[in-house]
Design a protein around this ligand. Structure first.
Ligand code: ADP
Length: 280
């Protein structure tokens, strides 16, 4: 049976998804991107093939996406992560109209059509304010694991107001709250609310329409899912595969290309200049 793959080389994590000829997910791989981007791409692809029991040379088509998409040596084509997130989110949640993707170092808001085409998007990629790295900085100062901070934040009954979304300054703000004897859960409640507020401001630039799907590694944080849903006053779609949505979308584009032979190139979306937004 024909297999196809998508490899998403993000600034922080590299992910791969392997599909069989029916579009079923049969393998995944994930690792930190690190300094050797090519090595990370090879590693996750090999892991995905191994989990599926498929030989690498039997994979008919591979699309690379993410910031390192041109560093996938075995890739047949490249597609932006914006198009891939739209495609992947539409596959997991077909009623998706708005996507919030919070990754290691950037946040994206994407508006999609009923068939998963990108209508508009904007991103915050000039600094890590309000992204996964910001949460990692908070976790480090509080001496907690990245996978613990979300659950701790959910225990907060009186979240503090965190004024800094800058990764550098939030550390000293947290330290000063700790010195005043504030509870860790209330500090973290404030940290998650600050990121939710910033993400919702980005989403408003493209327009928020139901259903909202949360993608990227930060969607694994239950506290972040809760804070975003509360701020938006709506239910949010998340899935155990949410960190793999970009790779899934890339794999689905691969499948389309194999099925349709020489498929037309995928139109690459352009960020609306009026929406362009970076840093603080
Ligand atoms: P990118 O594609 O930008 O490299 P990802 O979308 O893969 O990044 O997200 C990576 C981020 O996801 C990490 O920086 C981290 O903050 C977050 N993350 C990863 N695993 C977890 C987890 N178990 N709980 C909470 N957050 C996580």
């Amino acid at each position: 049976m024909t297999h196809v793959a998508g490899v998403d080389v993000g600034s922080t994590a590299t992910k791969a998804v392997l599909l069989d000829g029916n579009g079923k997910i049969v393998g995944t791989g994930i690792c930190p991107t690190g300094a050797n981007v090519v090595r990370a791409a090879e590693r996750v692809f090999s892991e995905a093939c191994k989990t599926a029991g498929v030989e690498e040379y039997d994979v008919a088509y591979v699309i690379g996406t993410g910031y390192g998409r041109y560093k996938v040596p075995f890739g047949h084509a490249q597609v932006t992560e914006i198009s891939c997130h739209a495609k992947g989110a539409n596959a997991l949640f077909p009623a998706t109209r708005t996507i919030v993707d919070i990754g290691g170092q950037d946040t994206k808001a994407i508006k999609v059509s009923p068939n998963g085409d990108v209508l508009d998007f904007c991103m915050n990629d000039k600094c890590a304010a309000g992204t996964g790295r910001f949460l990692e900085a908070a976790a480090t100062v509080l001496d907690l694991g990245l996978d613990a901070i979300g659950d701790v934040s959910l225990r907060s009954t009186a979240p503090l107001k965190i004024t800094n979304v800058c990764t550098v300054f939030v550390e000293s703000e947290i330290v000063s709250h700790l010195a005043k004897g504030e509870k860790v859960e209330d500090i973290l409640g404030g940290v998650h609310n600050a990121i939710a507020g910033r993400s919702v401001a980005l989403l408003r630039r493209v327009g928020i329409e139901d259903e909202v799907t949360f993608t990227g590694g930060v969607s694994r944080n239950a506290g972040m899912v809760h804070a975003l849903a509360a701020r938006l006053n709506t239910r949010i779609n998340v899935n155990p595969m949410s960190q793999f949505v970009g790779a899934l979308g890339a794999a689905m584009f691969s499948l389309e290309r194999v099925r349709h032979g020489t498929a037309p190139p995928i139109a690459e979306p352009k960020e609306n200049a009026a929406n362009a937004h970076g840093g603080h």
